[in-house]
Design a protein around this ligand. Structure first.
Ligand SMILES: Nc1ncnc2c1ncn2[C@@H]1O[C@H](COP(=O)(O)OP(=O)(O)OP(=O)(O)O)[C@@H](O)[C@H]1O
Length: 290
């Protein structure tokens, strides 16, 4: 899968936004059965960075996505976008989920133009032109009139990307977007998405449970604890861009993977009430490709 050489539209929003989570906490349930899910979470997403959140299953990653997207609100603490408190959803933050959110009764093209048309934004011809450009860009130029059910899993994710990008969001939020793709499609999508990101460095919050995917994509990893989610470690990824798969074979990647797996394993074991140190073994046995 190669990315088509469609010109980059001027997008002044890309790469200029900073997100700050300050002592964010969120729990659920009545007092007698209360569950703290996110607790005093503090970290920053720098402008133009791809920040990956990694954490044990069920630790609260999607809860964080909902808070940053504004679908939910913190009980205490605050989330700032370029210094402004986030108080609800907005088209400045677009989310791509693991399940397809494409409307099955609309063509790929109509799905992409849906948001701007609904809001009555821009001249219709301009919106249509941008949708055509984005669909070419994500390699779906020949699939504009197809319905979502006629697209493969990877194509659906690319259509979702186009649907998010037409809004020129300040922040693109991706919640395990490649989960469920087959073993062939997933690395292709990772590479495809990287090229898209590296073109204009739109600030990105990416959630994944795959450590190799996180290292391959990210500028920094935010590693979370077991529930309630707190920051256990922040690891900078020193790999140059554009990223290539062969970079994943370097000793420094091996060391990052070992550190991250050790922390994740420790955290995951807390829910089982024990610890066994297998982080290093996992890192050694992992495939070279994410
Ligand atoms: N609206 C809600 N009401 C009650 N409990 C909730 C709500 N949203 C999330 N939770 C609880 O918060 C916890 C964390 O869920 P969340 O989906 O954020 O974790 P996750 O890390 O994304 O999980 P996974 O790795 O399985 O995708 C779960 O125990 C879930 O039941």
């Amino acid at each position: 899968m190669t990315m088509s050489a469609v010109p980059v539209a001027v997008d002044h929003a890309a790469g200029k936004s900073r997100i700050e989570l300050k002592n964010v906490s969120r729990g659920f349930g009545e007092e007698w059965a209360r569950e703290e899910v996110v607790q005093n979470l503090t970290f920053e997403i720098k402008p133009g960075d791809l920040t990956c959140i990694v954490g044990p299953s069920g630790c609260g990653k999607s809860t964080i996505v909902n808070l940053v997207a504004g679908y939910d609100a913190p009980e205490s603490g605050e989330i700032l976008l370029n210094g402004q408190r986030i108080t609800g959803p907005g088209k400045d933050r677009m989310v791509v989920f693991q399940e397809t959110a494409l409307m099955p009764w609309q063509t790929t093209f109509d799905n992409v133009v849906f948001g701007p048309r609904l809001r009555g934004e821009g001249a219709r011809a301009d919106v249509d032109r941008e949708a055509h450009r984005l669909l070419e860009k994500v390699g779906l130029g020949d699939f504009k009139k197809k319905f979502p059910s006629q697209l493969s899993g990877g194509m659906q994710r690319r259509a979702e990307l186009a649907r998010a990008l037409i809004n020129k969001p300040l922040l693109l939020i991706m919640d395990e977007p490649f989960r469920g793709l087959d073993a062939m499609s997933r690395p292709l999508m990772q590479e495809f998405f990287l090229r898209l990101f590296e073109e204009n460095r739109r600030t990105n919050l990416f959630v994944t449970s795959e450590i190799e995917e996180a290292i391959f994509l990210a500028d920094r990893l935010v590693i979370l604890s077991n529930r309630p989610a707190q920051v256990r470690a922040i690891i900078e990824i020193p790999l140059p861009r554009p990223r290539q798969f062969h970079m994943m074979n370097s000793p420094e990647v091996f060391e990052i993977k070992r550190q991250a797996l050790e922390i994740l394993h420790d955290e995951a074991m807390k829910s089982f009430g024990g610890t066994i140190n297998v982080g290093a073994r996992h890192a050694g046995g992992a495939e070279a490709r994410p």
